[in-house]
Design a protein around this ligand. Structure first.
Ligand code: GUN
Length: 293
């Protein structure tokens, strides 16, 4: 049976270290790390994520601002808010929750964030640094950064020569994850909706990362014996066994079946989700430390 990789526990350790780091920074320089989280519209999942990001920031002792804008907010208004946050010395990290409403050009909004405050790691400058191996000075996107930490916990720090398959080619998870694995000297393949014989490809993976957003798409017999499985999916499905209208969260991997073959696997919930928020806190502290010099 696979080892369960307890992301929540690791995330708690990181948050405790960030809290200590923030206290130290304040003691040395008087600087309190500040984060602004911006949400446009009322997407329920986004609201849950944003609320937990703001809560965790307060727990870390950060100065935390939450900007909730109406669905019909125009792009110019959002860009003006970001310009204000870019200029605000009390704010070290800016996060604009995605997806944005269709009438707003999300790319333009992301590129308007000061790269030194881009704690999501989505600005071209940070994407470019990561893809050219400048990982020390890049802000690395939070979900892949957290996924790497859990991979290394399960597998040891040396991933050199291992075969990694990342399912999903998003800019938020799939592509940066592949770059991080490549920087760690793994042999990396990115699979996506057009990949042929995904099952056979997955069976080659020492490290399998699933980031597609399709409930339990990865089957137990796709897992190479002993593989490390990182399940990034957070999918809400009906749960009639819990009563009418109830739902529950599952990952992109069929967890019970995968446990038969995997060496180690992240659960959903309690795996990658808490790590994403912990890494956002770590990135914000790093941004504040850089500003403080
Ligand atoms: N939407 C889903 N994941 C993320 C994330 O990591 N950052 C932002 N800003 N929006 C998201």
């Amino acid at each position: 049976m696979a080892e369960r990789i307890e992301g929540r526990k690791v995330a708690d350790e990181i948050v405790a270290a960030v809290k200590g780091g923030a206290e130290g920074l304040r003691g040395r320089t008087g600087v309190v790390p500040g984060i602004a989280v911006v949400i446009v519209g009322t997407d329920p999942a986004s609201q849950v994520y944003v609320a937990s990001k703001s809560r965790k920031a307060k727990e870390c002792g950060f100065h935390s601002l939450q900007h909730e804008l109406a669905e019909e907010t125009d792009e110019a208004t959002l860009l003006a808010l970001i310009a204000d946050l870019n200029a605000d010395p009390a704010i070290h990290g800016i996060l604009v929750q995605l997806p944005l409403p269709a009438h707003i050009d999300a790319g333009r909004v992301i590129q308007s964030i000061d790269p030194d405050k881009d704690v999501d790691g989505f600005h071209f400058i940070n994407v470019g640094k990561l893809s050219t191996g400048e990982t020390d000075s890049a802000f690395v996107p939070c979900t892949p950064a957290g996924s790497m930490i859990l991979t290394e916990r399960a597998r040891g720090r040396d991933l050199s020569g291992l075969t990694a398959v990342v399912i999903g080619r998003s800019n938020i998870v799939g592509k940066p994850m592949a770059n991080l694995l490549l920087a760690a000297n793994a042999t990396v393949t990115i699979a996506h909706s057009r990949t042929r014989d995904l099952a056979a490809l997955c069976r080659t993976a020492d490290i399998l990362v699933a980031a597609v957003g399709r409930p339990r798409m990865v089957k137990g017999d796709w897992i190479k014996p002993g593989a490390t499985v990182i399940d990034v999916g957070i999918n809400r499905i009906p749960a009639p066994e819990k009563g009418d209208g109830k739902s529950r969260l599952v990952g992109d991997v069929d967890f019970e079946a995968a446990c038969e073959n995997a060496g180690a696997i992240t659960p959903v919930p309690g795996g990658i989700g808490p790590m994403t928020i912990a890494m956002l806190m770590a990135n914000t502290l790093a941004a504040a430390c850089r500003r403080a010099g």
